[in-house]
Write a protein that binds this ligand. Structure first.
Ligand SMILES: Nc1ncnc2c1ncn2[C@@H]1O[C@H](COP(=O)(O)OP(=O)(O)OP(=O)(O)O)[C@@H](O)[C@H]1O
Ligand SMILES: [Mg+2]
Length: 309
């Protein structure tokens, strides 16, 4: 089983301003984004003994400052937040049409799109991290050169002993083609230690016929630890060739499944960092995600974060 050289972790990606409708023409402002949701829940679960950083780029405007202040207040290491004076954070709105939720995005020119522009900064943010978490969304928003710089920084960090966790989180509208998506993801599998895909994404992109086919594909790419999410279905996993299947406890009062996968990742990674084995880490991931889907929004309120055992 993989071990970690440091208690420090960092997630790299984009957080957006979230405007969620709460009444006719009235919206509540929050912040969300896949890797950010994962880092935030990890920090709440792990507490100060295991520092969690979020590496991103924001603006120098007041909304970006509010975001950084909120991170600090919530115990996240903000030393890896870079600033760009000419840009600001991306934004999305959640509107309701009956029970259907519609998402509208303004993220094409967000500051986070430039987080791959500075190789020196990337090297600094991954330095000393035992675990580095990235996602397919992180890759999708970067330029080809930005992806290369990130790949190199992760590869170097792995040579120094860091472990890389990767959630492919396939979002077709962020990519120009399925071929580009597959090529880029496969390239990052080369430097992935822990893969946290979800079966619906994987089958849509790669045509996998079963969860086993997905596990085999990752194993063939050289990934030694894989936990495959599958909504209400069992989490199927493999670590050093040993298979585990953990049924997902039924959740009856589901309100909003957004962020389920990100919350699972947080529980899983927090558990693994603190030394639990894969089966216990999966159970921990399921516990956090089952809680998230009972509430609106992709992040729990601090009081609702389950106790970490
Ligand atoms: N209907 C459900 N019933 C019970 N648990 C669920 C349900 N949907 C999701 N979960 C929990 O959330 C975890 C992650 O869900 P899912 O497989 O939908 O991830 P995902 O597709 O990565 O989500 P995301 O949309 O956040 O990317 C599951 O492993 C499970 O623990
Ligand atoms: Mg997902």
């Amino acid at each position: 089983m993989l071990s970690f050289t440091s208690k420090r972790s960092v997630a790299i990606g984009e957080a957006m301003i979230e405007m969620a409708v709460v009444g006719e023409g009235t919206y509540r402002r929050s912040f969300a984004g896949d890797t950010f949701n994962t880092a935030w829940h990890m920090a709440q679960l792990l507490g100060p003994d295991f520092p969690v950083g979020f590496a991103t780029k924001v603006g120098t405007d007041t909304i970006s400052r509010s975001f950084v202040e909120e991170l600090e207040a919530d115990g996240i290491d903000v030393t890896c937040v870079a600033r760009d004076a000419d840009r600001t954070m991306g934004l999305y709105m959640i509107e309701l049409d009956g029970a259907e939720r519609h998402f509208h995005y303004w993220r094409n020119h967000s500051a986070a799109r430039l987080l791959g522009d500075d190789a020196g900064w990337l090297d600094r943010v991954v330095r000393d991290a035992g675990l580095i978490h990235v996602s397919g969304i992180t890759l999708a928003i970067l330029s080809p050169d930005g992806r290369s710089r990130l790949w190199n920084a992760l590869a170097q960090a792995r040579l120094r002993g860091a472990r890389v966790s990767f959630d492919p989180n396939v979002r077709p509208r962020l990519w120009t083609s399925a071929t580009e998506t597959r090529d880029t993801l496969a390239w990052f599998f080369e430097i992935t230690d822990i893969a946290l895909p979800s079966f619906d994404d994987e089958t849509a992109l790669w045509g996998d016929m079963s969860p086993d086919a997905t596990l085999n594909r990752f194993a063939k790419a050289g990934v030694t630890e894989i936990a495959l999410k599958n909504g209400a279905g069992a989490v199927q996993a493999r670590s050093d060739g040993v298979e585990t299947s953990v049924p997902t406890p039924p959740v009856s009062d589901i309100r909003d499944t957004s962020g389920a996968g990100d919350a699972f990742n947080a529980g899983y990674l927090a558990a693994r960092l603190s030394g639990m084995d894969q089966a216990d880490a999966i159970a921990c991931g399921q516990r956090v995600s089952s809680r998230v889907i009972r509430y609106f929004g992709a992040r729990l309120s601090k009081e609702n974060v389950p106790k970490f055992e």
